[in-house]
Write a protein that binds this ligand. Structure first.
Ligand code: GAL
Length: 691
């Protein structure tokens, strides 16, 4: 079925209620194969008690369903699916290709991935395969064929879960298979070795290639490997894995009309982003994402909000599915801090507030054995007389009371989201390459700072790519758009000239898609649009700041230069760049383009945001939002649902009226929200706000 992200989530939510009325999804990964069959009856009884309506089954079951090559044993899976169906619990069925069994890796050792240092991974964990391996692809296709054809008509199944978190543990792969795949990908991209030499700038350091066979993945070398080679290898590696997904999804789609997804990993904060999710999202019927808090992040709830917004961007603004999060602690951080009472409900409803049509967890029952036995589950080791279980039941109730929200879209004060943040994967990848002016110049961190500023102000933001249609947005921010393609730069330019408001930050527009410097003054592609000529970067020392004439101090970065046509809103005061523009505004066509040549602290950012929003006509959902209180809105057919999430330790009062759905209380114009609580208020959209 060709859902193209529009109707697929509705297809699923419509199948979760008993009478066909849509329900938000609630449940998690269910791994019954880890437990004796006697446990299954208790599982489904407790799932019913909690209101679980969707579970992901079979994700890591390859070694059980195919115990020997071409020998399939489905008896246990038949019984599990039948039991779930008998209890009205729907299934997101995996094709089980995420973890090849030991017999497979033992028989086909060349299928194992290889690190940049030439170390071949062993098996014994998971995802032990190289995307380029034809043995892996053949085996994965055969398994998918078996599962899809066997369960295509099973009444419990409503969606398909291909693989699991592609690229989490085996990316990039530098094996000989990857080398061959990379060469053929490069031949398709460049056609001739001369074109490749030009794109890779191989005149530098005597890297000129004379034949395709000479080209290798960017394996460990004496010092920095050619940056364009690294960038192309990231692109190739994403495409190679995507081929695996597409092949498996095609088999499933041949057999079954249910939506197909694979679970994404959000920003993958602090780690390499293994695949380009914008390109992958085009292949999903439903975009689904896994999110885990970084427990020691002081603004972890804002990081969650940014990730949820980014996921909605990949879903093109349509509802998406939270495939995994945790009820409490995870097992993979240095200190796995448990969630405070009430935190799980806040987290789950933050995702729903930002467009998720459901909240699923990893996993249903906390494991007894294996590497994840200290990871929380919906049903903890300590059983049901526990904080976690009581909160799971409470969340199930809350999600049932919010069923009417399903299918709605996220909106802002004007009736649509007015602000977009640009987040191109290529810009992120290229900005993370070696030997740049400062290790503190981070595309993801700067993106998060800008998202945080809007978050604190109660202004919803979408994430978009530089090449997307931006005409519906009043304000667009491009944080550290280090790499911008010609078409991305032209699109942003046209957006401004047609009346838009664009903010560009430091270290943007610097290189083209081959990571070659755009010559002339910085910020390269945007210098004319912004009306500034910057000539030299002055990154700051650790802990150092640059004083500005307005908007507080700047961190990490400063620049020497001058305005051409731009109005200077703030300049550097003191230090080597004194007098250089730090924040500027330039009229271009019918719009305005702003440059921010340093990284502003939250107070300065808030002051700048007020100016930008005034210029662009952007309003918050609520004025004067108290500190650490989150607001978001979803809307459908003349109705708004305003989500208010109190992450603070203070009771707050907000001027909101309507019916609060979780507690079922009619608000007489004011919402009183206790510390740590969540409210979802339904109200009719006032005609003046309707678009
Ligand atoms: C995810 C993965 C799950 C589980 C979880 C633990 O990355 O998809 O299978 O490992 O992490 O947090």
């Amino acid at each position: 079925m060709d859902f193209n992200n529009t109707a697929a989530m509705d297809y699923i939510t419509a199948r979760l209620g008993s009478e066909g009325s849509p329900m938000l999804a609630f449940g998690g990964d269910y791994n019954p194969e880890q437990w004796p069959e006697e446990t299954w009856e208790e599982d489904v009884r407790l799932m019913r008690e909690a209101g679980v309506n969707l579970v992901s089954v079979g994700i890591f079951s390859w070694s059980l369903v195919e115990p020997a090559e071409g020998v399939y044993e489905f008896g246990w899976l038949d019984r599990v699916l039948d039991l779930l169906d008998a209890n009205g619990i729907r299934v997101d069925l995996a094709n089980a290709t995420a973890s090849p069994p030991p017999w497979f890796s033992h028989k086909y050792p060349q299928s194992l991935p290889v690190t940049a240092d030439g170390v071949r991974h062993s098996y014994g964990s998971r995802q032990a395969f190289a995307a380029s391996s034809s043995d892996y692809r053949r085996a994965a296709a055969a398994l998918t064929e078996q599962i899809a054809s066997r369960y295509k008509d099973h009444p419990a199944v409503v969606m398909w879960h291909v693989h699991n978190e592609y690229g989490c543990h085996n990316q990039p792969d530098y094996s000989d298979g990857a080398a061959a795949g990379f060469r053929s990908w490069l031949e398709d991209r460049y056609g001739t070795i001369e074109a490749l030499n030009d794109a890779w700038g191989t005149a530098f350091w005597s890297q000129r290639y004379t034949a395709w066979e000479e080209i290798l993945p960017p394996r460990t070398s004496g010092t920095w490997v050619n940056p364009t080679q690294q960038l192309d290898f990231a692109r190739y590696s994403s495409d190679e894995l995507l081929e695996c997904y597409k092949a498996e999804a095609a088999i499933i789609r041949f057999h079954s009309p249910h939506p197909v997804t694979t679970n994404f990993m959000g920003f993958n904060m602090g780690l390499h982003q293994p695949v380009d999710y914008w390109r992958w999202a085009e292949q999903m019927d439903v975009v689904s994402n896994d999110h885990y808090l970084i427990a020691e992040d002081t603004r972890k709830f804002q990081e969650l909000a940014a990730t949820a917004d980014l996921t909605r961007g990949w879903a093109n603004g349509k509802p998406w599915l939270l495939m995994e999060h945790s009820t409490s602690a995870v097992n993979w951080q240095p200190r796995n801090i448990a969630k405070a009472p009430g935190e799980m409900l806040r987290n789950a409803l933050q995702h729903v507030a930002r467009g998720a049509d459901g909240a699923l967890f990893f996993q249903w029952r906390a494991s007894r054995a294996g590497a994840e036995k200290f990871h929380s589950g919906m049903l903890p080791h300590a059983g049901t007389d526990t904080k976690v279980w009581r909160e799971v039941v409470q969340l199930g109730q809350a999600l049932r009371s919010l069923a009417e929200v399903s299918g709605s879209v996220v909106t802002g004060a004007s009736g649509r989201v007015d602000v977009a943040i640009i987040h191109d994967t290529g810009a992120r990848w290229a900005s993370e390459l070696d030997s740049h002016p400062s290790v503190d110049a981070s595309n993801v961190a700067e993106t998060r700072r800008w998202h945080d500023a809007f978050y604190r102000a109660g202004i919803p933001t979408d994430f978009r790519q530089s090449t997307d249609d931006l005409s519906g947005y009043r304000l667009v921010v491009a944080p550290m758009q280090y790499l911008v393609t010609d078409s991305g730069a032209a699109n942003l330019d046209a957006y401004v000239r047609a009346g838009g408001h664009l903010v560009v930050t430091y270290f943007s527009g610097i290189v083209d898609e081959n990571d070659h410097i755009r010559l002339g003054s910085y910020p390269g592609a945007f210098s004319g649009l912004l009306g500034v000529q910057m000539e030299e970067f002055f990154p700051l020392r650790a802990g150092e700041s640059v004083e500005l004439s307005r908007f507080g101090d700047g961190s990490f970065w400063s620049e020497l230069g001058q305005p051409t046509t731009a109005e200077v809103l703030a300049e550097a005061v003191g230090g080597p760049v004194t007098g250089s523009p730090a924040v500027t505004r330039n009229a271009a066509g019918d719009g305005r383009a702003y440059y921010v040549a340093t990284s502003l602290a939250p107070e300065g950012m808030a002051a700048l945001l007020a100016l930008l929003c005034e210029d662009a006509g952007v309003e918050p959902l609520l004025q004067n939002l108290p500190e650490d209180v989150e607001v978001a809105r979803r809307s459908k057919e003349g109705t708004d649902w305003t989500f208010v999430i109190n992450h603070s330790s203070e009771r707050v009062q907000l001027p909101i009226s309507g019916l609060e759905l979780i507690g079922g209380e009619d608000l007489g114009g004011a919402l009183e929200l206790a510390a740590g609580s969540v409210a979802v208020v339904r109200s009719p959209r006032s005609p003046s706000e309707a678009q």
